[in-house]
Each structure stands twice: as structure tokens, then as C-alpha cells.
Write a protein that binds this ligand. Structure first.
Ligand code: NAD
Length: 477
């Protein structure tokens, strides 16, 4: 049984209750986590505050950096173990689980190096004054994390917060806690003081809500669905607590007739099937210039038909979805498509070895999806790609921007002027030209516009969000 991790100790929840942990590959329970409550959050916040006041705030930036570097090395030594945990807990194929653990190594390494490079400025002002700005940590930061990339999102959010001088209370998703509980133990082994990283597991409406409401939390970093993002924002507004929201997307991959299709096709496929499409930045809409619509769809269809889905341990192209309700959500989208007469162009195949009790979904390519249909507007969060045709550049941009989201966009064209024009006109936090996702890009600021959220994580930019700026003016005559 898994316990909460508070002040460098594994402790049971005050509730005395647990939640089963299900393996998505076979739908069977294999462990239990604590069903935390508000008292557990109280305890974690108190431990964090004590650490901040007595130890953490007294460390130099270089000392914080050394600790993060040691944690990066610890995680590197445990990549196989962490990947195996994640594979079972989240149903991630081995390759994906390892990639997540390696990204965690890299996040801690990046933020270790960034600690002592974050500084304020001196400002020109009137004669007789000297004015400077100091970057100060918020204090105790709360981190609400989803189930799709627990290690990566922990790395970018907790790594950035610690680097900026904060201490952290983390609420992982009830569907994916195990790897993070292990990482917290590794942090203690790496020398992190008790209370710097605390983890309380449980349901969002219980532990997550208690975290967001807690007076002792000075900043909330939320990654998850737009609907819960709204709740967090409202709850935090009651006490004017700053919030970073990393929400969903309906990201377009725009393909012009002059694109290098040999390069584009595998990237377009990967952008929607990686992690079973359960990726906030999944490229879930492919917008294709009319003159190459049919030939490109034929190529995409052939690639979809080759995709294989099965248990995480088989390490195929796609593993199971996270849980039964997510599988049902994808089925509902597909049955809506059928009712609307949206043609299904191709599907991958679920292998015979996949247990019926697992949460499998074959990757699906839909064509001629009307712009107003929910398949062109809402996050499916499964391996479903919606294809649409456009006539010209203006129409491509209009289609790309025709959702409430704005997280990531991909553009495929050899025309350099057009690359710039589209990058400027597309509403999104990141734009990738002739690539998608840039291989993860720990260094690259990430976040959305519109309903994809606000604030940026990843890269150096995240450190500005995890600090507050104090202006200090000296009058010396
Ligand atoms: P979710 O919003 O259901 O849950 C996210 C987290 O919030 C979980 O830990 C959950 O327990 C918690 N939560 C739920 N209700 C809460 C409440 N009332 N108060 C406080 N916390 C609460 O999202 P999910 O299903 O875990 O993840 C999928 C969503 O996350 C998708 O919409 C996806 O696009 C988004 N996401 C965004 C990014 C990004 O960086 N933009 C990254 C990954 C996932």
C-alpha cells in the first residue's frame, strides 16, 4: 500500500481510507493509494512552511542548484524502476514511460543550472536614488497534476518552483501517483530537507479542493482540464492567490501543398498517437490544402492501418487509455461522428493479446470533419485525428483559430515567408514549423492562450511565474 509523503516520511492519510490503483492494461487493481483529505493538506502545508522558514530560505541559489542536480542524478540512476512503475500505473508503452523518466532527469538538470541565473535589475531613476528589483519566491506553492504525464509535469512544475526558491505541496491525479511518490523518496535520498517536497494523494474534489482553498498556499500551478481549471481559478480568486493554468488543446497541424510529406507524415501520426492521444498538445486536427487532400489522406490512412495497440508491456505504438471512463468518452465521440455521417477513413488494430478488461482504443482517422462539429472543437483525449481541407492560407489560419483553444500549432510548408506569416497569425502558445513538439523541449516555454490557459511553464520563463517581483528604491542624496 502507498502512503502520502510529508516531511520526508511516508504517512497514512488522516481519513483512514484508500483508493485502489488500477492497471489500465488489464483493468485489474494491483495497489492502493491514500484517500487524502483536508487534514493531510494542513499537515503538508505546515511541513512545507516550516522547511521554508527554517532551512530552504537560508540556502543560497547555488546550494539549491546542487540539490536539484543531485536529484537529477538520482532519477537518472532509477530510470528503469520509474519507467516500470509508470508503465503499470498509467498503461504507458515502455518507450513512452522511459521517455517520461528521462525528461524528468532533464527537467531537474535544467532547473538545477537555472537557480543561480535568476536575478533582478537595477533601474535608471532620478538623481539621488538607486532602484533595484528582486525576484522573490512565492513561498509554499501548490501543484495539481493530471494523469497523462505525471513525471514530466512534476519535473517542469515542481522543478521550476524549487529552483525559484519555493517549497511544494503536490496533489497528483488519483489515477497516477506511484512514480511521484517514489521521486519524493529519491529527493530525500538526494538530500532535500524535510518539507521541501510533499505529496498528498486522493480525489480532486477532496484533496485538490483543500489545496486550492488553503490559506497557506501562496501560488497554485494547475495542469488539467479546462473545466477544473475554471473551478481552481474561482476558488483561488477568493483569496487572490496567483494561479498558472495549463489546460487543454485542439491543436492544428496545417499542411500546405509544398510540404515535404515524407517528413510530415510520421510526425503528424506521432503527434496524435503518442501516449494514446492523451496529450494536451496532441495534434488532433490535420488541416490539409485542398490540392493534396486526397493523396495525403491516403498516406495517413495507410499509416493508421499499420498502428498496433496492446498492453503497455508489449511496447507497441499505442497502449491502453487510462481508465474505463476515458474509453467511454472516446466511444461517445466516435458514435457522434457516425450519427453526423463523418466518414471514418482508417483504423489501427488492437492485438489479440490485449485483455478484454483493458481500456483499448484503435487509432482512428476521420475525414471531412465539419468545423462546427465537436470533433473539430473539443478535446477527445484519445487517438482520434480529424482531417479537414482548406483552399488557401487565409482559410487555413481561420480554421486553425476556429476553436476556443490555443496551445500548439504545427505548420508544414517550404515557403519561408509563409512560415513567418502563419506563425504570426495563429493563436497559440507554441508554433512548430516543419516539426511538432520539438522532441519535448524542456528549455522551451510552454503554455496556452484562450481556454488553453495562461502563464508559462518549462524553460527559463517558468521561473518568472514562480517568483514575484519586489521593487526596492534607496534614496541616498
Ligand atoms: P482533470 O482536470 O480531471 O484533473 C487534473 C487534476 O485536477 C487531478 O489531479 C484531479 O484530481 C484534480 N482535480 C479534479 N477536480 C478538482 C477540484 N475540484 N479541485 C482541485 N483539483 C481537482 O484532468 P485530467 O483528466 O487528469 O487530465 C486531462 C486534462 O489535462 C486534459 O484536458 C489535458 O489537456 C490537460 N492537460 C494539460 C496540459 C498542459 O500542459 N496544458 C498537460 C497535461 C494535461
Amino acid at each position: 500500500m502507498q502512503l502520502n509523503y510529508i516531511a520526508n516520511a511516508s504517512v497514512p492519510s488522516d481519513s483512514g481510507r484508500t483508493i485502489p490503483v488500477i492497471d489500465p492494461s488489464d483493468g485489474q487493481p494491483f495497489d492502493e493509494i491514500q484517500r487524502g483529505n483536508a487534514q493531510d493538506i494542513d499537515r503538508a502545508v505546515a511541513a512545507a512552511r516550516q522547511c521554508l522558514d527554517t532551512v530552504w530560505s537560508r540556502l543560497s541559489a547555488a546550494e539549491r542548484g546542487r540539490l536539484l542536480m543531485r536529484l537529477s542524478a538520482k532519477v537518472a540512476d532509477h530510470v528503469d524502476e520509474l519507467a516500470a512503475i509508470e508503465q503499470r500505473d498509467c498503461g504507458k508503452p515502455v518507450k513512452q514511460a522511459r521517455a517520461d523518466a528521462l525528461a524528468l532527469v532533464r527537467y531537474f538538470e535544467f532547473y538545477a543550472g537555472a537557480c543561480d541565473k535568476l536575478h533582478g535589475e537595477t533601474l535608471p531613476y532620478q538623481d539621488g536614488y538607486s532602484v533595484m528589483t528582486w525576484r522573490e519566491p512565492h513561498g509554499v506553492t501548490g501543484h495539481v497534476i493530471p494523469w497523462n504525464y505525471p513525471m514530466q509535469i512534476f519535473g517542469r512544475s515542481v522543478g521550476g518552483a524549487l529552483a525559484a526558491g519555493n517549497v511544494c505541496v503536490v496533489k497528483p491525479s488519483e489515477d497516477a501517483c506511484l512514480s511521484l511518490l517514489r521521486v519524493a523518496q529519491l529527493a530525500a535520498e538526494a538530500g532535500f530537507p524535510a518539507g521541501a517536497i510533499n505529496i498528498v494523494t486522493g480525489y480532486g474534489h477532496e484533496v485538490g479542493d483543500a489545496l486550492a482553498r488553503h490559506e497557506g498556499i501562496d501560488h497554485i500551478s494547475f495542469t488539467g482540464s479546462p473545466s477544473v481549471g475554471t473551478i481552481i481559478q474561482q476558488v483561488a480568486a477568493e483569496r487572490h492567490c496567483p494561479v498558472t493554468l495549463e489546460l487543454g488543446g485542439k491543436s492544428p497541424q496545417i499542411v500546405f501543398a509544398d510540404a515535404d510529406l515524407d517528413a510530415a507524415v510520421p510526425v503528424i501520426i506521432n503527434a496524435i498517437v503518442q501516449n494514446g492521444g492523451q496529450t494536451c498538445s496532441a495534434g488532433s486536427r490535420v488541416l490539409i490544402e485542398r490540392s493534396i487532400y486526397e493523396p495525403l489522406l491516403e498516406r495517413l490512412a495507410a499509416a493508421f492501418e499499420n498502428l498496433r495497440v496492446g498492453p503497455a508491456a508489449m511496447d507497441l505504438d499505442v497502449g491502453p487509455l487510462i481508465r474505463a471512463s476515458q474509453q467511454q468518452r472516446v466511444w461517445d465521440f466516435l458514435s457522434d461522428a457516425q450519427v453526423a455521417g463523418i466518414p471514418m477513413m482508417a483504423q489501427g488494430r488492437i492485438v489479440d493479446e490485449a485483455p478484454e478488461s483493458g481500456y483499448y482504443q484503435a487509432p482512428t482517422l476521420l475525414r471531412d470533419v465539419p468545423v462546427g462539429h465537436r470533433l473539430a472543437q473539443e478535446e477527445v483525449f484519445g487517438p482520434v485525428l480529424s482531417a479537414m481541407a482548406f483552399q488557401n492560407e487565409d482559410e487555413a489560419v481561420a480554421l486553425a483559430n476556429a476553436t476556443r483553444f490555443g496551445l500548439v500549432a504545427g505548420v508544414w510548408t517550404r515557403d519561408g515567408s509563409r512560415q513567418f506569416r502563419i506563425a504570426k497569425r495563429v493563436h497559440s502558445g507554441q508554433v512548430f514549423i516543419n516539426n511538432y513538439g520539438a522532441g519535448g523541449g524542456v528549455e522551451l516555454p510552454f503554455g496556452g492562450v484562450k481556454s488553453s490557459g495562461y502563464g508559462r511553464e518549462k524553460g527559463f520563463e517558468a521561473l518568472y511565474g514562480f517568483t514575484t517581483l519586489k521593487t526596492v528604491a534607496f534614496r541616498h542624496g
